[in-house]
Design a protein. Structure first.
Lengths: 100, 680
């Protein structure tokens, strides 16, 4: 039996990797993947807790998160295509019209 | 069943005229403006006459008419109501009658001026406020009229607003009056505190329950003195008289109506109206008498050395108002009101005649440049002669009767009042005849007549009159002069004193107003064991001395008047070179008088300059700019600076946003960890 703390540490590492990727990377697609990584880090902690407490709520949450993530990736990829069509770049530093 | 006289209509009529002319007059022709102004002020006069006719058949006096409740606050209410008794009836007739005549006169006088509709609108507005003041049944409504006439006065003094002196004279009048109004307002607050009402009837009824404050100073004395402050401002008494001479910047009909005949007498009216309070405050009454006496004398001496025809009349107005205050101060209220009425006739006439003279000589106001006008403008000369003799106190004209009555009553109070009064009568007679001789006799000293058109042109640009050579005024101006001349002649006869075979009907007519409070006074005397003030004693009892003494005193005052006439004749007719030599030999004194004792300069040094300095440094730069503006500007500036820095967060760079989110999340987590650690 693997202890709960191992799962949580792994989950934290995954989440931190996602955050770092999100902050450091410039390619929109990589950033998008980092978001997925953060979501899955959280998912891991959910299922780990669900198994530990013998409570199905955590599993149900994970399904919800996965559904939302799927919807999000559909919309997100569509946005990325639209951005590429208009700006001909995927570098996030050059997509900076959202400022004062 | 008390008949309804619809008193509210009397003030409203001129207001309607003012509104029509003020709002629409710009598009009206001059004749239409004239018609509106005259119809509404004339209607008020006719209405006042009708009220006077109905007055006899009134079942109860004072007659009260309430239109509606104006203010209600708890148990304290103020009605929009009107009060008619003998006193307000006299004032009503004087204001509407003289006012209407001056409206007629203005038609001729203002014919050549711009802003014709504006002038008549203001004039009607003044009538509205003055009638409100006179007819008000409580002090608050009276105060509305009081402030309103101040406003109209301000507007009309500054009528030629392009001229700097006129604009500043208007401001001066308004600000000096404000000082007095402050006192009036405080008196109202004291009344509310002690009597819980401002209605004349309830205030006087409540005041009657108090014994006269002979020992020490109580609240009745305080109310009296504060009311007197207000009256001093409005009626141009020491120390607040300085605005009236400057007020002569206004058009002459305005000087006649507002600054001689009606508005300036509002203070006298107010003191007389509040006689119930003053009779129970002998100290306040004494101050009234002293201020009146001093003002009468002081202003008369200044009048000697003035060269501007209107300024002489202005100082004589102040002096005559001093007489009225003296009369009120010795509790001879009916004598004061009597003089108020006759003064309205002869001083209104003097101003209108002076206006006619100024009109004739093309806008010149300096008497040194007049002279010899007797044959040139005969009607003005005749009417002005009557007015001059009236104000000088030559029998049997109006001024003689009323002034003599005041002097006689003053003597009964104290010989000192009488002595100053007689000396003032002499000075009055002297400077009035000086004016008369300088204007109408001798040689014409003004610009040669062929230069006249040019001078007239210049006068026009400064807002004055004149067109061509010396000429008599048109009939529309002469008619009021003649009517007022007749009134100045016979107006005093209704108060012909008993000592000269008359019966003083005027005093008897006003008697019910002023004697109504005396029985209560005696009761208070009996109950309270307090000594009745000597002034009230004379009011209550019949004159002590016999008719012979009174006739001797009459003789003395007539002699004083004749002496003034003789002196003026000697100096300004017989030997016209003498005045300059006398002035030269009495250099210091002459300078003091000619410069009005430097009172204006004194006030400027004591009050105006320090106030301007304090306002400039402390209030403006210190409080206004330093604190109020600095607080507002500072907070705005701070907000701007903070947001200026925060703006850089909005870089548009998605990753920096994400960074801020991450930092925020870390901060929240750190906080929760810290709280959690604390909880454990």
């Amino acid at each position: 039996m693997v202890p709960l703390s191992y799962y949580l540490v792994l989950s934290g590492i995954l989440f931190a990797c996602g955050v770092m990727g999100f902050l450091v990377k410039r390619n929109i697609i990589t950033i998008f993947m980092s978001i997925e990584l953060m979501l899955n880090g959280v998912n891991l902690s959910f299922v780990a807790f669900a198994a530990h407490w013998q409570n199905l709520s955590g599993q149900v949450f994970v399904f919800f998160v996965m559904v939302v993530a799927a919807a999000e990736s559909a919309v997100g990829l569509a946005i990325i295509i639209a951005v590429f069509r208009t700006r001909e770049t995927l570098n996030i530093d050059q997509v900076n019209l959202l400022k004062l | 069943m008390t008949p309804n006289l619809h008193l509210w209509l009397i003030p409203i009529l001129p207001l309607v005229g003012a509104a029509i002319n003020g709002l629409l007059g710009k598009r009206f022709s001059r004749s239409l403006v004239t018609a509106v102004a005259l119809v509404f002020s004339g209607a008020a006069f006719v209405m006042a006459l009708w009220v006077a006719l109905e007055f006899r058949s009134l079942p109860s006096v004072p007659h009260l008419e309430s239109l509606t409740t104006w203010l209600r606050s708890g148990t304290f209410t103020v009605d929009y109501s009107f009060y008619l008794d003998q006193l307000s009836l006299v004032m009503l007739l004087v204001v509407t009658g003289v006012g209407f005549l001056i409206h007629i006169y203005s038609v001729g006088y203002m014919r050549e001026e711009g802003g014709y509709y504006r002038f008549f609108s203001y004039l009607n507005l003044f009538m509205f406020f003055m009638l409100t003041l006179v007819l008000a049944a409580n002090y608050l409504l009276m105060f509305v009229g009081w402030e309103g006439v101040g406003l109209s006065s301000y507007l009309l003094i500054g009528f030629f607003f392009l001229r700097d002196s006129a604009a500043s004279a208007g401001k001066k009048a308004f600000i000096v009056n404000r000082i007095g109004d402050f006192g009036f307002l405080l008196a109202l607050f004291l009344m509310i505190q002690h009597f819980h009402s401002l209605d004349f009837s309830s205030v006087f009824a409540a005041a009657k329950t108090y014994a006269p404050e002979t020992a020490g100073i109580g609240f009745l004395t305080a109310i009296g003195l504060l009311l007197l402050t207000g009256a001093c401002g409005k009626s141009a008494q020491i120390p607040l008289y300085v605005w009236l001479p400057d007020a002569m910047e206004g058009p002459t009909p305005v000087s006649a109506l507002i600054h001689a005949a009606t508005m300036v007498t509002a203070g006298v009216y107010m003191v007389a109206r509040s006689h119930t309070i003053f009779e129970r405050a002998p100290t306040a009454l004494m101050v009234v008498a002293i201020i009146g006496t001093l003002t009468a004398f002081f202003a008369a001496t200044i009048g000697i050395a003035q060269t501007d025809i209107k300024k002489v009349l202005a100082y004589s107005t102040i002096s005559q108002l001093g007489y009225m205050f003296l009369a009120c101060g010795v509790a001879a209220f009916s004598a004061g009101i009597f003089h108020l009425m006759t003064h309205a006739f002869f001083k209104g006439l003097l101003f209108l005649a002076a206006g006619s003279v100024i009109h004739a000589v093309g806008g010149e106001q300096d008497m040194r440049k007049m002279g010899g006008l007797k044959t040139r403008i005969p009607w003005t000369y005749r009417t002005m002669t009557i007015a001059t003799f009236a104000i000088a106190g030559i029998p049997p004209l109006a001024g003689f009767v009323s002034k003599d009555e005041i002097l006689w009553r003053a003597y009964q109070a104290s010989w000192a009042y009488w002595l100053v009064g007689v000396v003032t009568a002499f000075i009055t007679s002297f400077y009035m005849f000086r004016l008369w001789y300088m204007t109408f006799f001798g040689e014409y000293r003004g610009a040669a007549e062929h230069d006249h058109s040019e001078q007239a042109h210049q006068a026009h640009t400064s807002g004055h009159h004149g067109h061509g050579g010396i000429h008599e005024s048109p009939a529309v101006m002469l008619f009021p002069l003649v009517v007022l001349a007749i009134l100045s002649f016979v107006g005093g006869w209704i108060g012909w004193p008993g000592s000269l075979g008359g019966s003083n009907q005027f005093d008897k007519f006003l008697g019910p107003v002023f004697r109504a409070s005396t029985p209560a006074l005696n009761t208070a005397h009996a109950q309270g064991g307090e000594a009745t003030p000597p002034e009230a004693e004379t009011e209550a009892t019949e004159p002590i001395a016999g008719h012979t003494t009174e006739i001797i005193f009459t003789g003395i005052s007539v002699f004083a008047a004749a002496l003034g006439l003789a002196l003026a004749w000697l100096l300004y007719k017989h030997r016209p070179e003498l005045p300059d030599r006398i002035a030269a030999s009495l250099h210091g004194l002459y300078q003091a008088v000619a410069n009005k004792y430097w009172i204006d300069e004194l006030y400027a040094a004591i009050f105006v300059k320090p106030l301007i300095a304090i306002s400039g440094t402390v209030f403006w730069r210190g409080i206004d700019q330093g604190i109020i503006d600095a607080t507002l500007d500072g907070s705005a500036e701070g907000a701007r600076e903070v947001s200026d820095n925060l703006r850089h967060m909005q870089s548009g760079n998605l990753r920096s946003y994400a960074g801020w989110v991450a930092i925020g999340a870390l901060v929240v987590m750190a906080y929760m960890a810290w709280v959690g650690a604390g909880a454990r």
